[in-house]
Design a protein around this ligand. Structure first.
Ligand SMILES: *Cc1c(COP(=O)(O)O)cnc(C)c1O
Length: 237
């Protein structure tokens, strides 16, 4: 088995190759290491290999790991990327720098109200159900304009962008279509936000181990990579 450091350098090479292929700057995408189900020791190994941003899906698990990994000198950046219930928003607002999985206005309103005043605004992405799958979380594209306009005015949070988890597709040409759709949505919402004198969104959180090249070709600014960094996960709870 490869070490986590070897895996990270292989993923970084894939990122650089994809960025060059798309004519993009080498620093125009952030690698978010998805550490759900991984022990603290694995996160420390990734940190030693240079990664600073970690993504977690389960609040209770994340809370314990964040506490154990606290280091005042070199703080890690924590991104919540899992399903978020309304009764868990307070802990998310206290613990995280980013929440990528906001899928209704009520969740954004609660995060805004519960973000501690001493912390910088919480960065949020609206999760979009880009393939319109009945079983999947996320706003439908038709709902986005209204929700984005309302979210953009909330204090305590900053609307940074859109996030999606398309259904798996084998070939890169097919993988690109939903990512392109997310980019087009972001660009058209930005016109609306600018007209409302709100900040435009700078983030597209899209691409995972199996489709990060396609996501980068379509403009991803954050790719969320788990198994290609840490190895296969135990079955999800
Ligand atoms: C688990 C997860 C990932 C990482 O998936 P891999 O295929 O292991 O890279 C990315 N995003 C979200 C929202 C996830 O839940």
């Amino acid at each position: 088995m490869n070490s986590i450091a070897d895996n990270i350098s292989a993923v970084q090479q894939r990122l650089q190759h994809a960025l060059r292929g798309a004519g993009r700057n080498s620093d125009s995408v952030q690698l978010l290491a998805v550490s759900k189900t991984q022990p603290v020791a694995a996160i420390r190994a990734a940190e030693r290999a240079g990664l600073k941003a970690f993504g977690e899906n389960y609040l209770q698990e994340a809370e314990q790991k964040i506490a154990q990994l606290q280091s005042p000198g070199a703080p890690l950046q924590w991104h919540f990327i899992g399903p978020l219930q309304a009764n868990k928003t307070r802990r998310a607002a206290e613990l995280f720098d980013w929440v990528h999985s906001v899928d209704r206005l009520k969740i954004a309103q609660r995060l805004a109200a519960q973000r501690p005043a001493a912390l910088a605004p919480l960065n949020i992405c609206l999760q979009v159900n880009i393939d319109d799958e009945p079983s999947k979380a996320g706003l439908r594209p038709a709902e986005l304009a209204e929700v984005a306009a309302a979210v953009a005015t909330l204090p305590g949070i900053r609307l940074r962008g859109l996030m999606a988890i398309p259904k798996p597709r084998a070939a890169i040409e097919q993988q690109r279509a939903p990512f392109a759709a997310l980019r087009v949505l972001r660009d058209s919402l930005n016109k609306q936000l600018t007209a409302l004198q709100q900040q435009p969104m700078d983030t597209l959180s899209m691409g995972m181990s199996g489709d990060l090249e396609a996501a980068i070709a379509e403009g991803a600014t954050i790719v969320r990579v788990g198994s290609d960094i840490f190895g296969a996960r135990a079955p999800l709870r």
